[in-house]
Design a protein around this ligand. Structure first.
Ligand SMILES: Nc1ncnc2c1ncn2[C@@H]1O[C@H](COP(=O)(O)OP(=O)(O)OP(=O)(O)O)[C@@H](O)[C@H]1O
Length: 224
């Protein structure tokens, strides 16, 4: 593997019963790089993402993150690694509890790690994603889809990750809102040097946003 790789995935296999969702997939991702996984519905993009994040343990293969092999780690050994690789999912409302104020949603990942984030920290995170800190008092239904996705990004940033796994992060948003969220992600990458594994079925978005594209089909890489 290249020493410079943030993420080095080798021969990844994910099976659900008789279905091989990911079939010996390999790729690397450098710090500050956006690598897109593109392909039709059911080709294995989300399964790859879940296996990279170790939210679904792969059946075989290697996932090396910041030089450390993750597939052999126990859950407790993974705990300090998880904050450094954060997911952002498609459904911005579904990722947020309707009962919780935005402030608590942003604070939750830090609380899970045993931290007690201050109001200033939360305000800074909201500001970082282009939301006025007053949004901390609101609940998800008082926000638009784009604003909710910004909250999802703020939550992901809270634990100071190096890698964001973005699974169709703008697919449920209106085209006008989409550009704003993609611009935000690009700015954050420039400022923080984040690596993005960007899962998207929309070729136009992928071409515009990603540095490199891997095409997937039937669980395999077909080009890239
Ligand atoms: N939890 C599961 N149980 C059984 N089969 C699954 C499960 N999740 C995914 N699959 C199957 O694995 C294959 C790959 O699915 P996956 O969701 O990874 O593809 P995808 O490219 O992300 O698709 P989409 O764009 O529709 O989300 C599909 O055949 C799917 O039906």
């Amino acid at each position: 593997m290249s020493d410079a790789a943030l993420l080095d995935v080798r021969d990844l296999v994910v099976r659900y019963g008789d279905t091989t969702a990911v079939d010996h997939v390999s790729f690397t991702l450098a710090p500050g790089e956006t690598l897109a996984l593109n392909g039709p519905s059911g080709c294995g993009k989300s399964s790859t993402a879940l296996a990279v994040l170790q939210l679904r343990r792969p059946d075989s293969g290697e996932v090396r993150f910041e030089g450390r092999e993750l597939t052999t780690l126990t859950e407790s050994e993974l705990r300090p690694v998880r904050p450094r690789m954060q997911p952002v999912f498609q459904d911005p409302y579904g990722s947020l509890s309707p009962r919780h104020r935005i402030r608590d949603a942003v604070a939750e990942p830090l609380r899970i790690q045993g931290q007690r984030p201050t109001r200033t920290q939360i305000a800074e995170l909201l500001d970082r994603v282009g939301l006025d800190p007053s949004y901390g008092d609101r609940r998800p239904h008082e926000l638009s889809g784009g604003q909710c996705q910004r909250v999802g990004i703020a939550r992901a940033l809270a634990s100071e990750p190096r890698l964001l796994v973005l699974d169709e992060p703008v697919s449920s948003l209106d085209p006008s809102v989409r550009a704003g969220v993609l611009n935000l992600l690009a700015d954050l990458q420039d400022d923080l040097g984040l690596g993005y594994l960007f899962i998207c079925h929309d070729r136009a978005v992928v071409r515009h946003f990603a540095h490199r594209v891997i095409e997937m089909r039937d669980g395999r890489i077909s080009s890239g």
